[in-house]
Design a protein around this ligand. Structure first.
Ligand SMILES: Nc1ncnc2c1ncn2[C@@H]1O[C@H](COP(=O)(O)OP(=O)(O)OP(=O)(O)O)[C@@H](O)[C@H]1O
Ligand SMILES: Cc1ncc(CO)c(N)n1
Length: 300
């Protein structure tokens, strides 16, 4: 019997970002914000900050698997998210666990390259993802560049091409695909703020394709959006939400996090999004301490 007040558990299998904006750190902060206990299996240690990735050290596959087994056996997560896996041996081993049904409600964020352009995946990872892990995922969340690499095509130049990517990835065997991060000019006459770029996420399932669109939030603090989005889906699934609702909730969570960090100045580069909720805003300090970044935000 479960004691009252016990939170749901989600497991993230991902790399560490020393800057705290992406990877394991973003995942745990997201789970906590959603009221979910986060457990971890660390696949790599990156030396990283807001300016880029400076070093990557991979964790041996047997150590990754030992972490996963310990968590699965003792804490019994109800959802699992993978992020940076780094090496094809890790991808293949997790694929075998997923094929045996041991990774419940599996969200795979196929992390290949950081926003700063640093390769986060070694040789053979793309092929291993396609063959061994993606077919067993409940949902995969590539951004448009990752989707292009997985499909061997160019990044999409239009919403139609982004939608075609999502449909094509569904053929790999996963239950749902969300291709994130489309940024296309908005058609004249549409509503929602003065900004002219639409950010689009395209969801494909056997039932069809859905486009989720909203105006672009004007900020340079967007480090970790992809990790935050995928872990918010996993966290929501862990709490019992169905997939459609989990994707919607994750989008809202990321947009709020971007809005809240828009006036921050953490680090010298692309700062992290805020996982702190309303507490992340220190109104008293904003006018004096953050003069560099004072653009006003449009409502969502
Ligand atoms: N400036 C923005 N305005 C509105 N939504 C955004 C913005 N940047 C990212 N998003 C949203 O954040 C989510 C994940 O974004 P994206 O695809 O850009 O992640 P990513 O490139 O994988 O990120 P990272 O590699 O930094 O973790 C999507 O829902 C996307 O639409
Ligand atoms: C550890 C890690 N995982 C994922 C990403 C992608 O944002 C990153 N920059 N670092």
């Amino acid at each position: 019997m479960t004691r009252s007040g016990t939170p749901p558990v989600a497991l993230t299998i991902a790399g560490s970002d020393s800057g705290g904006g992406a990877g394991i750190q973003a995942d745990l902060a997201t789970f906590a914000a959603l009221g979910v206990h986060g457990a971890t299996a660390i696949t790599a240690v990156t030396v990283q900050d807001t300016t880029g990735v400076h070093q990557v050290h991979h964790v041996p596959v047997e150590v990754v698997l030992a972490q996963v087994h310990a968590v699965l056996t003792d804490l019994r997560p109800t959802a699992v998210k993978t992020g940076m896996l780094g090496e094809s041996g890790i991808v293949r081993s997790l694929g075998a666990l997923a094929a045996d049904g041991l990774l419940p409600q599996l969200v795979v964020d196929p992390v290949l390259v950081s926003t700063s352009g640093h390769r986060l995946a070694g040789r053979g990872v793309v092929a291993s993802l396609r063959e061994h892990l993606l077919p067993h995922a409940d949902v995969i969340t590539p951004n448009t560049n990752e989707a292009a690499v997985l499909l061997g095509c160019h990044p999409p130049a239009s919403l139609e091409e982004q939608s075609a990517q999502a449909r094509a990835l569904l053929e790999l065997g996963c239950t749902a695909v969300v291709v994130t991060g489309g940024a296309f000019a908005r058609s004249p006459g549409s509503h929602g703020g003065s900004n002219h770029v639409q950010r689009t996420d395209v969801v494909a399932t056997a039932r069809g394709v859905r486009v989720l669109a909203g105006h672009e939030i004007d900020t340079s603090n967007d480090h970790g959006t992809g990790c935050t989005f995928a872990s918010a889906i996993a966290g929501s699934l862990a709490t019992g939400r169905p997939l459609d609702a989990a994707v919607q909730a994750a989008r809202s969570f990321v947009r709020q996090s971007l809005q809240r960090s828009a006036s921050w100045q953490l680090g010298r580069g692309r700062g992290p999004v805020s996982h702190l909720g309303p507490r992340g805003r220190c109104e008293r300090d904003e006018p004096d301490l953050h003069p560099r970044n004072t653009r006003t935000q449009q409502p969502t």
